[in-house]
Design a protein around this ligand. Structure first.
Ligand code: ATP
Ligand code: 3PG
Length: 399
């Protein structure tokens, strides 16, 4: 599916001041950015605008501040410094967003300059999408560029607001993310294997539902598999389960069967007697989970089963780990799946990773460059995969 909104290519930016919403919601430790993926991802659009003679005013949220004023540990200054370090550009920062100080700094932005504003969420009106905020921000630019894919599902002031007052177009990251994550449903090269894991069925029900509509094979692992086991009549010991979702899980399995979609669930599991760093794993079959054990990872037979299905795919979509991968002794299944997914691109297929913890897992196993596309969005990528429209994208000018 082609991207249906205008992008920075469709507007004349020379000599203009561009207000650009990025997603610099990055992890920080002691005031230093510990994962700069999202800053890197915004650079192509920033570079394009700078090279085409625009002055650039960047804004973002970082974390979830209360909205009662500045919270120094959630300042965007470290992200601005990271952008300067990665690009070699002179990047200015102003510790204000909506006040006079910000307005003065914006007024001083000349073609080629880059200014980063302070965290848009230090004022509660941002999350309420207050028109005052939107108008104020819109006054900072001639054109609004949305490149904050990770936040495009939030109908908040800095995401959707300026589009009501000034021409609004997409940046390259937003365009690529939306294109990639929607094209797998429009015309996937087959076989299309979807892999969903993570903790809960309830948080991914829309995703599972939509995947059943287009995938040839659906692989379900991680904590959510146990709710499906219950739907199949197995016992699951003390594993993570959502009793309220058992019926819905059963309906999913029926829907998949009716549509001829193959569903693969774990055939064996690594179980432990408690959830903890010191927990020791043992392998049991899925129809034999002891009452006092919890499933923490997929077992070796399942690794093989899932791996074979994945390696035969031309398109793979993956979201959610296969086990408690943060603990090394329960990371094996997620690593095996990650390695199988890595082979898909090597064999000429396409592998798309839908944000969140799966990305952390891929980075942990150092496989990022072996994937075709790793989304910078967590919630935003899931909403797209559910088939929902993203408010930030909706607000942009139609192409
Ligand atoms: N068998 C299991 N029991 C308990 N927790 C599990 C199990 N398998 C995976 N998890 C946990 O699920 C969590 C990830 O679940 P989540 O649904 O949030 O995944 P995600 O979609 O990749 O992440 P995000 O929500 O950030 O996008 C991880 O912290 C992992 O430890
Ligand atoms: O990290 C994310 O998913 C985005 O930056 C959105 O953040 P939010 O969930 O706090 O709105």
């Amino acid at each position: 599916m082609a991207f249906t909104k205008k992008t920075v290519r469709d507007v004349d930016v020379e000599g203009k001041r561009i207000l650009m919403r990025v997603d610099f919601n990055v992890p920080l430790k002691d005031g230093v950015v510990t994962d700069d993926t999202r800053v890197r991802a915004a650079i192509p659009t920033i570079k394009y605008l700078k090279e085409h003679g625009a002055g650039i005013v960047l804004m973002s949220h970082l974390g979830r501040p209360k909205g009662d004023g500045p919270e120094p540990e959630l300042s965007l200054r470290p992200a601005a410094e990271k952008l300067a370090e990665l690009t070699g550009y002179d990047v200015k920062f102003v510790d204000d967003t909506y006040g006079e100080k910000a307005a003065e700094a914006v007024a001083a932005v000349k073609p080629g300059d880059i200014l980063v504003l302070e965290n848009v969420r230090f004022d509660k009106r941002e999350k309420k999408n207050d028109p005052e905020i939107a108008k104020r921000l819109a006054s900072y630019g001639d054109i609004f560029v949305l490149d904050a894919f990770g936040t495009a599902h939030r109908a908040q002031g800095s995401v959707v607001g300026p589009a009501a007052y000034i021409p609004a177009v997409a940046g390259f990251l937003l365009e690529k993310e939306v294109d990639t994550l929607t094209s797998i449903f429009a015309e996937p090269e087959r076989p299309f294997v979807a892999i969903v894991g993570g903790s809960k069925v309830s948080s991914k029900i829309g995703v599972l539902d939509h995947l059943i509509d287009s995938a040839d094979t659906l692989i379900i692992g991680g904590g959510m598999a146990y709710t499906f086991f219950l739907a199949q009549g197995h016992t699951v010991g003390t594993s993570l389960k959502e009793e309220d979702w058992v019926e819905r899980a059963g309906e999913m399995l029926k829907k998949a069967e009716a549509k001829g979609v193959k569903v693969l669930l774990p055939v064996d599991n690594v179980v432990a007697d408690h959830f903890g760093e010191d927990a020791k794993g043992e392998v049991v079959s899925s129809d034999d989970i002891p009452d006092d054990r919890m499933g923490m990872d997929i077992g070796p037979k399942t690794e093989q089963l899932f791996g074979d299905a994945i390696k035969g795919a031309k398109t793979v979509f993956w979201n959610g780990p296969m086990g408690v991968f943060e603990m090394d002794q329960f990371a094996h299944g997620t690593e095996a799946v990650a390695r199988a997914v890595a082979e898909v691109k090597a064999n000429g297929g396409t592998s798309i990773i839908g944000g969140g913890d799966s990305v952390a897992a891929i980075n942990k196993f150092d496989l990022a460059d072996k994937m075709s596309w790793i989304s910078t969005g967590g919630g935003a990528s899931m909403e797209l995969v559910e088939g929902k429209a993203l408010p930030g994208v909706e607000a942009l000018l139609d192409a």
